[in-house]
Write a protein that binds this ligand. Structure first.
Ligand SMILES: Cc1cc2nc3c(=O)[nH]c(=O)nc-3n(C[C@H](O)[C@H](O)[C@H](O)COP(=O)(O)OP(=O)(O)OC[C@H]3O[C@@H](n4cnc5c(N)ncnc54)[C@H](O)[C@@H]3O)c2cc1C
Length: 384
């Protein structure tokens, strides 16, 4: 067993850490307050190749691996959670789905600009009546001559409202003999006729990440924009979401690390009863637990990413990584705020932002309840 990172992975971590500290961190609070998306930062990230780490050079990537990609996601998320999630969706979900299931032509047309960071993508699974039960979707796709006509509404869609978002990869039921049948996946460019960007949601946190409704109103895309199998589009989407779960775990670890560092700084500097509050065992124990749980969560997402790089099954490991890390970060954020006392409740302190932002990680890409169901099913069949 080898826990050493390779030279390339070490380099990614070092470079991204430096970039995040100097180019992102100083502006995060301002972007969050104004609800503005940091386009310039994203452009720089694209030019540095962050979105294309795991893809081969011929598709605009740098030929790295998923361990390297997730180290990058952790470091970016430590400075800015919404940017980490943008990377998750763009690279781990959309980029990967195009890479694994796309035709050569689709990869050239849609993956290359994404891997180079010139464009970003969105994924459209959730609908008003199909959340955790994502297979219960109502969106339909009907082939008329050489055109797919898509109708339906997707909700809570990340990235799509941004001006550099080019496509949404969305699920729809194919109309067969006049009735909705198999679920397939479609590449829908934003400029397709009948594509409508719906309302922008007002969220409790992470306002710098745009979340929108998307409406397909007789939306017309070419026949060749179906992605992968016409029968197994849903399974395809779920397969790439496994990697998305590793990525959400990396986002959670980055955010928890930021909580730990802020808590440490405050606990060492703040004096009460004539001494730094770090001297009190109650405070030290909260910090000790944070450090321990971050270490466990980091090891788990790296293990899941490593298994993926080896081409080995990682459903269980990715699920554990996301479930554990997303619940861990909520507690880390709560304890970091507690250690700050009243100051932590003030918006001048980053921990208040961390606290509000942490909750979302237990909801997206599989709620904690759904992930426990997946683990339950896996363990039922397991042979020990
Ligand atoms: C900020 C944000 C960004 C998002 N971005 C995207 C995106 O880019 N693309 C996209 O497609 N979706 C996106 N989503 C949607 C997200 O994936 C869903 O919100 C999530 O899957 C849960 O679905 P739901 O909100 O409909 O909740 P519901 O499915 O209605 O669940 C409500 C509650 O019931 C529980 N529950 C449901 N079924 C069961 C069950 N069988 N057993 C036990 N408990 C159950 C859930 O765990 C949850 O606690 C986003 C959501 C948010 C809030």
């Amino acid at each position: 067993m080898d826990f050493e990172l390779t030279k390339d992975q070490e380099m990614i971590r070092k470079e991204v850490r430096r970039f995040a500290k100097t180019e992102i961190l100083p502006y995060t609070a301002e972007f969050d307050e104004k609800g503005e998306y940091p386009y310039e930062i994203m452009e720089k990230m694209g030019k540095l190749g962050f979105m294309g780490i795991p893809f081969p050079e011929e598709y605009g990537g740098s030929g790295g691996d998923w361990v390297g990609m997730h180290l990058c996601i952790e470091e970016i998320s430590k400075a800015d959670g919404p940017l980490g999630t943008m990377l998750d969706i763009t690279t781990s979900v959309i980029g990967q789905e195009l890479f694994v299931f796309g035709t050569e032509e689709q990869k050239k047309k849609f993956l290359i600009p994404i891997a180079k960071g010139e464009k970003i993508g969105a994924f459209g699974l959730t609908e008003p009546d199909a959340g955790s039960d994502a297979g219960a979707l109502s969106t339909t796709a009907e082939l008329k001559d050489d055109t797919w006509v898509i109708n339906g509404t997707k909700q809570f869609i990340t990235n799509i409202g941004l001006k550099n978002a080019s496509i949404i990869i969305a699920t729809a039921k194919i109309i067969e003999d006049g009735k909705p049948g198999n679920i397939a996946t479609f590449i829908i460019p934003k400029e397709a006729p009948g594509f409508e960007l719906g309302k922008k949601y007002k969220k409790m946190a992470w306002s710098s990440s745009a979340t929108h409704e998307v409406i397909f109103n007789d939306c017309r895309i070419p026949k060749e924009n179906i992605l992968g199998s016409a029968e197994k589009g849903f399974a395809q989407h779920l397969e790439v979401l496994e990697t998305g779960r590793i990525s959400i775990a990396a986002v959670a670890v980055g955010l928890a690390q930021a909580c730990l560092e802020e808590a440490l700084k405050h606990a060492k500097g703040r004096k009460q009863f004539g001494m730094p509050i770090y001297n009190f065992q109650a405070i030290q124990f909260m910090i000790a637990n944070m450090g321990m749980n971050i270490e466990l969560a980091r090891n788990q997402y790296l293990k899941a990413a490593w298994l993926k790089d080896q081409g080995k099954s990682h459903t269980f490991e990715a699920t554990v990584a996301k479930l554990f890390a997303s619940e861990m970060v909520e507690k880390a954020a709560s304890d970091a705020l507690q250690i700050h006392g009243g100051y932590g409740y003030m918006e001048d302190y980053p921990v208040s932002r961390f606290y509000k932002g942490a909750k979302i990680l237990q909801i997206v890409e599989g709620t904690s309840e759904i992930l426990r169901m997946i683990l339950g099913r896996h363990l039922y069949k397991a042979k020990f």
